[in-house]
Design a protein around this ligand. Structure first.
Ligand code: HEC
Ligand code: HEC
Length: 365
């Protein structure tokens, strides 16, 4: 076959194939993008730039809409529970109860983690089962012990509300409201729920020697040195910023009792035996505000957390190699470690509380 013939044979096949490809891709692969004013989220001292997914750049409109949705119980089956019910600003965007109450006061088995700085996690939930903040925002709506609702019902309710229709149109264009718009808006709001510029940051990264006292400085040594607390092995501190998480999963001896795993953690996602009892390393920023602690909410204050680590957690077959008995730490060193943890409470931006619309909707009920 000469090359010209070959060309005429291949050309139609190529065209047909690309047409097919386009047809099968076009409705789903056109990403839904916001139409409003792009916003640059400025990271405070001690934090790196906020990771932004290419298909959901934050805008003034989506952030404002996400904020309204975050505080609106319209997302729950009986209009009683909002995201803020379990992640409340006055409790460091967490819940003071060991396990939260959802619709009908039903309870789950895990402690609500803070939403503060969740934007920096590579995956969401204690067991990492959601790949993004966007996907995470589907979980609570459909969870029978949280909001007990369906995504379709939420779409229906929002489409029936003229003020939401207007706000969604300004953020996403004039089309029917979909849950994808809801989850993307909530995620963009959450990317503004960040906290840095703590006394620790002003000392470590701002080089202000007066920002913390000597106890905090000694506590930093206990926290970071391998021969002492070894905490930074997992609660990572970088050269120019600190997330206090390695974004990995570890078994520190939570979720194990009387020879049994009471919560299998990461195993539920991977079905790998060695992952039983592993949980995502939480950030420790604003930790003083988010008691009780651990994925099961079993430790009521920071003293109990320190005592837990001193005893090397509950011994179990999967205990992490970095966890050791720390009974050699002196009383002073334990107090310094606590002072260090208390120095991690940072500043949160203004405009994170319930917006005016949410307050109005609440008042009407
Ligand atoms: C009834 C209580 C409750 C409600 C309502 C609720 N959450 Fe949560 N949230 C939790 C609990 C409990 C977890 C941890 C669950 C797990 O890891 O299995 C969690 C986890 C999260 C996480 C993951 C954080 C991390 O560190 O991995 C984010 C983000 C989050 N919720 C945001 C939201 C948003 C947004 C809403 C509203 C759409 C919401 N939550 C509604 C209780 C709740
Ligand atoms: C091997 C990794 C690892 C080491 C070392 C480690 N942690 Fe943790 N830390 C974790 C993980 C994982 C969790 C979550 C466990 C759970 O809740 O099931 C956690 C939870 C915590 C919590 C509770 C956070 C919350 O939001 O509930 C605090 C506080 C804490 N660690 C402080 C420390 C201190 C202080 C040290 C050093 C004495 C330390 N950690 C050492 C991995 C580690």
């Amino acid at each position: 076959m000469n090359s010209q013939k070959l060309f005429f044979l291949i050309l139609p096949i190529t065209i047909a194939a690309s047409a097919l490809l386009l047809q099968s891709q076009s409705p789903n692969t056109t990403p839904l993008l916001p139409i409003g004013r792009p916003v640059h989220i400025k990271a405070p001292l001690g934090l790196p730039p906020v990771p932004i997914p290419p298909d959901n750049p934050p805008t003034a409109e989506t952030i404002a809409l996400g904020r309204r949705l975050y505080y609106d119980p319209i997302l729950s089956l009986d209009n009683t529970v909002s995201c803020a019910t379990c992640h409340a600003p006055q409790y460091g965007f967490a819940d003071p109860k060991p396990v939260s109450q959802g619709v009908g006061r039903r309870t789950g088995t895990r402690n609500s983690p803070t939403v503060l700085n969740a934007a920096y996690f590579k995956v969401q939930f204690w067991d990492g089962r959601a790949p993004s903040l966007e996907k995470q925002a589907e979980g609570p709506v459909e969870n029978p012990v949280e909001m007990a609702n369906t995504l379709a019902t939420v779409e229906e309710r929002l489409n029936a509300d003229p003020s939401y229709r207007e706000q969604f149109a300004n953020a996403w264009g004039p089309k029917p409201i979909t849950y994808e718009m809801v989850e993307k808006s909530i995620a963009s709001f959450e990317r503004t729920v960040i906290s840095g510029n703590s006394p620790f940051d002003r000392w470590k990264y701002g080089h202000d020697e007066q920002a913390v006292d000597d106890s905090v400085k000694r506590g930093f040594v206990v926290f970071t040195s391998k021969e002492k607390g070894n905490c930074a092995a997992c609660h990572t501190i970088q050269e120019n910023y600190a997330l206090f998480t390695d974004n990995q999963f570890h078994n520190v001896g939570v979720g194990f009792d009387m020879g049994q795993f009471t919560d299998v953690g990461l195993y539920a996602v991977t079905h790998n035996e060695a992952d039983k009892g592993k949980f995502k390393t939480p950030s420790l920023r604003n930790i003083a505000q988010t008691a009780p602690y651990m994925s099961d909410g079993s430790l009521k204050n920071l003293k109990d957390v320190i005592d837990f680590y001193i005893g090397a957690g509950n011994s179990n077959p999967n205990l992490d190699g970095e966890i050791h008995v720390l009974d050699f730490l002196s009383g002073q060193e334990r107090a310094d470690l606590k002072a260090f943890l208390n120095s991690l409470t940072g500043e949160v931006p203004p405009n994170l509380g319930p917006p005016e619309e949410a307050v109005k909707t609440q008042a009407q009920k």
